[in-house]
Design a protein around this ligand. Structure first.
Ligand SMILES: C[S@@+](CC[C@H](N)C(=O)[O-])C[C@H]1O[C@@H](n2cnc3c(N)ncnc32)[C@H](O)[C@@H]1O
Length: 391
């Protein structure tokens, strides 16, 4: 990674040495990458060095009366320089706040720490690389008082097909403001719309005993606050499904802590019907292979690699007769442009996983779901609901 000519940092995702090439990178390359990540993410500790150019004064001959070059307080060059710095700071601030770039940098730094011993540098260089990488990672979890916001308790009430109601209370924790990977601390529109759809028409989601069978295992991927899992835990007994093993999973520890709190709030009993488990889509645990009767995921496609990770993770976890419900949020602007389409690109025939019995893991059905008024954020234009499974 490097600093661009304008002085603003370049995005980690397009400038860091690819993780698989780390082991052949030189000490200088790693040091430069770390310096620049520090410039981007620890600006107060290590300001980006933007050297101020010497003002270029117009040459005024000694015989003429000197006249001001600029009627303002600063020369045009100085103003231009100040404007450039302001723009560059704005670009850097936007980059610093970008959750995708931060996740990318986190993964890169974590990989660097785990591989640096194999890179053949001497002991001091290895130790200093580990220190610098850990320093940047630690700044991601800094949480100053000033940035604290009030946690918000939200009550949801979803009408069910039998005329009842499923009620869920959630703690939408404040985003830390510094760790931009903690997006799962808040409930997103897709999880609210999906929960309400499941309550309104549970049969269409196969949420009855005949379809799910005895003691089904339902795993939510990227569960965030756990709204969908909690809704299911309250909905299923209404339709005679008992003994379901519902597991809300996520890869982010702060998100899982908040999810656990939500489970305790909704099920103060000692044996809550929703379990919590860490699960990273890029490395699903081997022991969960073919264990899920149903998989559910909402608003989990917001970076280019997510769809392919989720495809492979779901193929690993789902039983041959299971169903994967994926509710993808459609955002068409900015860095999300093109992301909703990655779901279908990940399931073109040649990329669909196949099992030993010749079954293919593919999209069986797609439905577009409209955005609902006052649900979800302004950049959400709707949702795509996919039914995915083995055939
Ligand atoms: C936009 S939030 C959606 C949360 C929740 N499903 C909802 O709709 O409110 C995306 C969630 O995916 C999780 N996530 C992102 N990358 C992940 C990964 N590689 N493995 C597991 N979870 C991940 C995040 O921590 C976050 O909780």
């Amino acid at each position: 990674m490097s600093v661009s000519l304008s002085g603003s940092c370049l995005p980690p995702s397009s400038s860091l040495i690819p993780i698989r090439q780390l082991v052949v990178a030189s000490e200088e390359q790693i040091a430069a990458a770390l310096r620049n990540l520090q410039a981007l993410y620890c600006p107060l500790r290590l300001p980006t060095a933007i050297s101020k150019p010497a003002p270029k004064w117009k040459h005024i001959s000694g015989v003429s009366t000197p006249s001001p070059i600029d009627s303002g307080y600063a020369s045009r060059d100085e103003k231009q320089f100040e404007d450039d710095v302001a723009v560059s700071e704005e670009v850097t601030a936007a980059l610093r706040a970008d959750p995708y770039e931060r996740t990318f940098a986190t993964r890169w730094l974590t990989s660097l720490i785990s591989r640096v011993e194999e890179m053949g540098f001497d002991e001091d260089a290895t130790a200093s690389i580990i220190d610098d990488a850990a320093f940047i990672l630690s700044s991601f979890s800094d949480f100053t008082k000033d940035e604290e916001e009030e946690a918000l308790e939200r009550d949801f009430s979803f009408p069910t097909a039998s005329g009842g109601k499923v009620e869920v209370t959630l703690n939408d924790a404040p985003l830390s403001g510094t760790d931009h990977t903690d997006v799962g601390l808040q409930s997103w529109g897709a999880s609210i719309v999906l929960s309400s759809m499941m309550c309104a028409d549970h049969e269409r989601f196969g949420l009855q005993q005949e379809t799910l069978g005895e003691r089904p295992t339902i795993i939510e991927l990227g569960a965030g606050t756990g709204l969908v899992s909690l809704t299911l835990a309250k909905l299923l007994p209404e339709f005679g499904v008992t003994g379901a093993n519902i597991v809300a999973t996520d890869y982010h520890l702060a998100v899982l802590d908040n999810c656990k709190l939500n489970v305790e709030t909704n099920f103060p009993s000692e044996q809550p019907p929703v379990g919590i488990q860490i699960l990273d889509w890029s490395q699903p645990p081997a022991d969960l292979q073919s264990t899920a009767t149903m998989l559910i995921a909402s608003d989990v496609i917001y970076a280019p690699e997510h769809a392919a990770w989720l495809r492979d993770c779901a193929a690993h976890l789902l039983k041959p007769d299971g169903t994967f419900w994926l509710m993808a949020t459609v955002r068409k602007t900015g860095k999300f442009e093109g992301i909703p389409e990655t779901v279908e690109s990940a399931f073109v025939p040649k990329l669909c996983p196949k099992d030993a019995s010749g079954r293919v893991f593919k999209i069986l059905q797609k439905e577009t779901v409209e955005k609902r008024r006052s649900i979800g954020r302004g950049d959400e234009s709707g949702y795509n609901l996919y039914r995915i499974g083995w055939v």
